[in-house]
Design a protein around this ligand. Structure first.
Ligand SMILES: [Zn+2]
Length: 287
């Protein structure tokens, strides 16, 4: 009898521990931006020895393009409306990706995967936030951490801390929790404009690299063309500066274009709804 009572007590305590454990898992809480550190989360990406080291894979990966994440300002024009995805919609979209078997990784991890250096546990996707808006850092990162995904933030290095743009401490904080910071130039110039000399373009691209290295002590491998505008001259400077890939705003999946410096993306529109989001990934939702 005493033994049974003792066993009951043990089971009760074990039950409490299980319940507590379940409800404190990162999946069920909304971590704030600075916590939990990504190093404490189990890695989503399984890094196995590559099956065929040194043999590049043929890949077709959705690279989603976002701008603002958060509240719509009052009286937005149609551009701003299209560029703003609410925090709730963003979370629904990430949740959808998760349920569809995707996990978003950095462009660095994508590159390693494509090179055959790593294997991945789930279907890869990439999320790039263009321009480095403060709201994207503040509102997207908690969701990304919750689903153990990585986002890539394309910052305009000389706009950092101006009005709507994130500050270097915010950007560094994002990097610290596992987000990737990539380059979107120094001043968001149109590289196809005749206003700029060859040297201006070199300064703009390499300057952004130096700015990121000075503040974050890392060298990004990815460049995002302002306005999506690019030409062969710009591509050559980007490649010659050490970047491994560059993104346009042309629609399509990464890998569909064989030129690593002309990679297309999937644009996510504000207020587009989950059906249209799914459709942009090639998934039709049946009602
Ligand atoms: Zn931009």
């Amino acid at each position: 009898m005493k033994y049974i009572r003792e066993l009951g007590r043990i089971l009760f305590v074990a039950g409490l521990l299980i319940i507590f454990g379940v409800f404190t898992r990162p999946d069920n809480s909304a971590p704030v931006f600075s916590t939990p550190p990504v190093s404490e989360l189990p890695a989503e990406i399984n890094i196995h020895p590559a099956a065929q080291p040194g043999i590049p894979r043929s890949v077709r990966v959705p690279v989603l393009m976002y701008h603002h994440i958060g509240e719509m300002p009052s009286n937005p024009d149609r551009y701003r409306r299209d560029l703003t995805v609410s925090t709730a919609d963003f979370e629904a979209e990430v949740k959808f990706l998760y349920a569809a078997g995707y996990s978003c990784i950095s462009t660095q991890a994508l590159y390693q995967y494509q090179q055959g250096e790593v294997d991945l546990a789930k279907k890869p996707c990439v999320i790039i936030f263009d321009d480095g808006f403060d709201d994207a850092f503040k509102n997207a990162i908690p969701t990304l951490l919750k689903y153990r995904m990585t986002g890539s933030f394309a910052v305009i290095t000389q706009y950092v801390a101006n009005s709507e743009y994130a500050s270097w401490p915010t950007i560094l904080g994002a990097q610290t929790v596992g987000m990737e910071i990539v380059s979107h130039s120094q001043h968001h110039i149109d590289f196809t404009s005749r206003k700029y000399s060859h040297q201006d373009k070199i300064n703009e691209i390499q300057g952004s690299l130096k700015d990121i290295q000075a503040h974050l002590h890392t060298a990004p491998i990815t460049f995002v063309y302002p306005y999506g505008h690019h030409d062969l001259e710009t591509e050559a400077i980007v490649a010659g500066s050490g970047f491994k890939m560059a993104f346009t705003t042309a629609p399509g999946f990464y890998g569909e274009n064989k030129n690593a410096y002309e990679m297309p993306r999937v644009r996510v529109h504000g207020v587009e709804g989950i059906d249209r989001f799914a459709e942009s990934l090639g998934i039709t939702l049946h009602k």
